[in-house]
Design a protein around this ligand. Structure first.
Ligand code: XMP
Length: 325
């Protein structure tokens, strides 16, 4: 019979059989899939696994700490954190076009991740070969991509001496038979923190695509504060299940006149984009309580410097996408 405990036991045995005494690498994104996949592999092969977390500086408040502290505490995993914030900011300087931002973030991410991979392989020199790459592929991903392949060709960096140009990894995909809700149950069974297990969807490019305009350190800090306030109030109001996700967007290129304290201000608007959805392909804007909206608006305009207006995005998908960029 089907239980979450069985899935864990079965997968642990299968991972041990697949990996043997070799070593594996897993990239952590802060999301539920990679976290549960890593926790399963960690349970199976312990110190033969090294996880990599690229801190691109585009995460929300507390999310990097969740990975660095809570995930490590819950799993005991060996974690390599790469602080790449400066690098991402430099690469994004002067860029406002959404697609260009996405491409830059994706490109930098792969470069930093491959560099970390190469370092792990170099450090393992003389020991068991690093031959496996762990991925949090779910059943719907397998179906969508028509079956999947089982290997990944990763181009390594040429500036790390002594490595072959192409390292062929075999994939370990312990979630291939599971749906999202089952993944969450497995994560719970493995003792992962609730904040990770019940995390709402969050885009890979992070807050970089929630600033309309150029991404700068100051704007990221400002948006992080506004987002933290919105999330805190939505959670306090018990709306985390009803709302699929609520992007908080900074219109950095827009200013409007306001009055705060005893003076005129000329600040930026923050957009709240609460949506209800089944699969993010279509979505409706969430008719959430006015009192909660009022609380979020009051707090953001009081507590976040340079924000003097909060607006609600009441557009469905289609025609609007969930994210603004
Ligand atoms: P849109 O904006 O296309 O978003 O309606 C649909 C869902 O996908 C998420 N999203 C992303 N997730 N990388 C991701 O991992 C991305 O580049 C990305 N862009 C959008 C979005 O948050 C929503 O859940």
């Amino acid at each position: 019979t089907w239980t979450t405990g069985n899935i864990v036991e079965e997968q642990v045995a299968a991972i041990r059989a697949q990996v043997g005494d070799k070593r594996a690498i897993c990239g952590l994104s802060g999301g539920v899939d990679s976290a549960v996949a890593a926790a399963l592999v960690q349970k199976a092969i312990g110190s033969q696994l090294t996880c990599v977390y690229v801190d691109h500086g585009l995460m929300r408040k507390g999310e990097t700490e969740q990975v660095e502290k809570d995930f490590v505490a819950a799993t005991g995993v060996q974690l390599k954190v790469v602080d790449a914030q400066e690098r991402f900011l430099a690469a994004l300087a002067g860029v406002s076009d959404p697609e260009t931002k996405r491409k830059i973030i994706g490109r930098e991410f792969i470069r930093v991740f491959e560099q970390a991979q190469a370092e792990i392989i170099a450090e393992a020199e003389g020991g068991p070969e690093v031959a496996f790459l762990v991925q949090g592929t779910l059943y719907p991903d397998v179906v969508e991509s028509g079956g999947g392949t089982g290997t990944a060709n990763i181009k390594s960096h040429h500036n790390v001496g002594g490595l072959p140009d192409d390292i062929e990894f075999q994939l370990v995909e312990p979630l291939r038979q599971l749906f999202k809700d089952e993944v969450r149950m497995v994560g719970q069974e493995l003792g992962l923190p609730d904040e990770i297990v019940h995390r709402q969807p969050f885009p890979g490019p992070g807050l970089g695509i929630r600033i309309v305009g150029e991404v700068t350190k100051e704007r990221l800090d400002l948006l992080r504060e506004a987002d933290a306030i919105a999330r805190e109030e939505l959670t306090a109001a018990g709306l985390d299940r009803e709302i699929w996700q609520c992007p908080v967007v900074l219109l950095a290129d827009v200013r409007s006149v306001g009055v705060q304290g005893d003076g005129r201000t000329y600040g930026h608007p923050i957009v709240l984009r609460p949506v209800s959805s089944e699969d993010a392909m279509t979505a409706d804007w969430t008719r959430m309580p006015y009192e909660v909206l009022a609380r979020i608006s009051t707090r953001i305009t009081n507590e976040v410097k340079d924000v003097n207006r909060v607006v609600l995005d009441c557009t469905s998908k289609p025609p609007g996408t969930i994210e603004w960029e």
